[in-house]
Every structure is written in structure tokens, then in C-alpha cells.
Design a protein. Sequence first.
Length: 290
Amino acid sequence: MVGGVAVQGNLLCVTWSAARGHVFLFDLEAQQRVSAWTMPVGPQGYSDAAGVAMDEHYHLFVADPHNDRVCHFSAFGRSLGEFGQPAPAQGDAGRDRPGVLDRPHAVALRGDLLYVACGDAPRRRAVQRFSRQGTVLKPLASRGDPEAKFGAPRGLWADADGVLVADTLRGVLQRFRGDGTFLGEVPCADAGELARPIAVARLPNGSLLIAERGDRTGVRLLGVDGRVLSGGGELQQHCIDPIGFATDRRGNVYVLDRLGERVLQFGADLTFGRIVIDLAELLDDAPGNS
């Protein structure tokens, strides 16, 4: 299951897929849905809705791994364009070049830059960068080496402190400055354990929150040295199969769990708050464009 979650102001966006990608926008204060639509289909008649990012104007950037693109929408579902150059119909080499989105799974915004994590196999250009106007920029370099490969990254986080990449098949988080300079790696498991981080968030105190699908599935709270931190007990207690994170201006943490069907809210101290949305209650009323 693919999906994503993003928060901006009092609006929360959740994306979900079932033959077509669905986008839901909720007002956190009014506790009600304000907008919903389905993703446009590609040549084969399908679409996905994976990771999502929301900017200060409430514009949404939604990854569509089925059609190798990121779709740009207004808050009410009006299409504002797409990111991603066409991939070759055959052959693999042409899918690993700047601007080509090979099955994008996660997106993040930092200022005027859009970051996209993609690929189901190790690739050099698995974290692509675009301006918000669509200009293709230099991709991030894994470990700072243009010839090194990312391991099919599934998670991204971008904020004032830089960019984090959940380098899934390599079992680490890669840390970058905002200008793309590589800072280092954070191991996601102890020696001998299999780590598969699929989502990451940086909390206001600098600690790192990951969703893990390796030997220790669930949520883990790490320091920048990879040391497991205390304080995440209620996260571990309440979250089931987490796949995405978001935070709001108050430091609250939102976890997309149950493989994309539910959003939980936790306080800045990671104490459990409430179930914000359970998409299972909306599936019988999956909307079209509205």
C-alpha cells in the first residue's frame, strides 16, 4: 500500500491508492473533510497517490509511482502541472538520469526546491530535485559521491536544518545540508540486524523518527548517531504498520499508519492524542473530483 501525509496550518492532506490515487484534505480545527479528488489516470488507465508535500499556499505535490510523475494541485484539486520527464518504454539505463522519475514514492519541499525519492532498485539519481516552476536541477549525490547509488529510498524529510533521505535498501538515513552537501549517515539498526527505513521525520529537538520495515518493524526514535532514544513508547504502543510522518507548527506529530488507512496525532512530547482520520470509514464514499 502506498500513501502519504502532510500538514500545513490547519489543513492535513492524506493520499491513498486503490486502482486510482485519491487525495483527501481535512480541516484539523473543524475536524471535517474540506476537499477530495482522484488523481488523473495515465496511459494504462491507472494512477497511484504516494508521498505528498504541501506548501505555504496549500498547493499539493503528490507522487504517482504508477505513472512516473509528481502531480501539482491546488487545495481544491485543480491541476497545476506535473514534474518528471518521460522514461524510456524499454531499457533500464535511461531511467537513471536527471529529471526522470522512476516510480517516485516520496516528496518533500524546502523553500523553492522540490525533492523526489524514487526507484525500486539502486540508482545514482534516486533523489531528484526540481524548482517549484519545474526546472530540473542537479540530483542529490548518495554519500556525496556522484557515482554512488541510493538503495531505493522510500522516505524524505526537508526542513530548515537540511534534508534527510531514508535510504531503504541500505538501512541508513543520509543527512544533507540544504545546498545538497552530504553530512553523514545514521544507522537504523544495530550490527547484525536488517534495517529497512521507509519514512523519516526530524523532530524539533533534533531527534529522528523513522518507520521501520526490517527486523524491528514499527516506529523508532533515534539520535543523529543512530542511538535508540527513550520517549517513543506511546508511538510504539499505538502505531500499527506506519508508513509516513508529518509535523505541525506546534510540534505535534502525525503518523500515517495501518499501511495508509489511518492518521494518529501525538503531542510534541510524543504522548498519544487522538485518531484524526480513519480512511476505512470513507472508502465506501471514495469521491471523484470535487
